[in-house]
Design a protein around this ligand. Structure first.
Ligand SMILES: [Zn+2]
Ligand SMILES: [Zn+2]
Length: 240
């Protein structure tokens, strides 16, 4: 039985049937299990790819068990490891075209500004200024569109949620009560709140209202712990 309770001792924690979360430093990566192979969602910082490979090994997975790489958006903490992981896994990638341009090196990393308030400003200064200002370039094979249903995990709906970045996408896994990958549309670091930075704050708020209209009973984030059940419903109430 694949989903034994021993899985909870592994670096990848099961947060939903067939979905595993791995805290790679301050950013989360996810694995979705399918019969034909595994999908890795997001790839961590540049030069941290070995952390993911080690976690995969501890989880009993080899690099070539990863058949697809899905990217929520082109920030260094989410796609920094992509070029290196692509080399060792050979996996093709999916990302929104507006952020694909950044990964391909066609445009530079767009500028972001902190959310209102002292805490986002302090975190922005502490974290974001240490963020690499470029991403290792790599090929992107597949561009995704809002509303598209990817044949991953039993059906993964693409929800284009611009604001944090122009091509930022959330994903809704449509089974078992639904799991929302909110990624960096918002964060759950010191409680549920906005992300530290957005490229376009008004667009980011509109995207959160779009997500709040969805039904799900688990929601996970690029930063912070997943919420389940009644706690996940707080997401809908907060951003409606
Ligand atoms: Zn981000
Ligand atoms: Zn992030």
């Amino acid at each position: 039985m694949l989903y034994s309770s021993t899985i909870f001792d592994m670096p990848f924690q099961q947060i939903f049937p067939g979905v595993y979360e791995f805290a790679n430093g301050i950013v989360n990566n996810w694995l979705i299990a399918d019969d034909d192979g595994w999908t890795l969602i997001d790839t961590g910082y540049p030069n941290k790819e070995q952390t993911i490979l080690d976690a995969l090994a501890a989880f009993g997975k080899k690099p070539n068990d990863i058949k697809r790489i899905l990217l929520t958006h082109a920030h260094p903490d989410h796609v920094g490891g992509y070029a290196a992981l692509k080399q060792v896994t050979g996996a093709p990638a999916w990302i929104h075209p507006l952020d694909a341009q950044v990964v391909r090196g066609a445009i530079p990393l767009p500028r972001v500004t902190p959310s209102p308030g002292l805490l986002p400003w302090l975190l922005f200064n502490a974290l974001n200024r240490q963020m690499p200002n470029a991403i290792p370039r790599a090929e992107i094979e597949n561009e995704i569109a809002d509303g598209e249903r990817l044949p991953i995990g039993g059906g993964l709906r693409v929800i284009h949620t611009p604001g944090h970045s122009a091509g930022h996408c959330a994903f809704l896994l449509e089974r078992d009560g639904n799991l929302l990958f909110a990624a960096d549309a918002c964060a759950n670091v010191l409680g549920l709140g906005p992300s530290i930075v957005y490229a376009d704050h008004a667009q980011g708020r509109a995207s959160l209202r779009k997500l709040a209209a969805l039904n799900f009973d688990t929601v996970c984030f690029g930063h912070g712990k997943a919420l389940h059940g009644a706690n996940a419903k707080k997401f809908n109430a907060k951003w409606k």
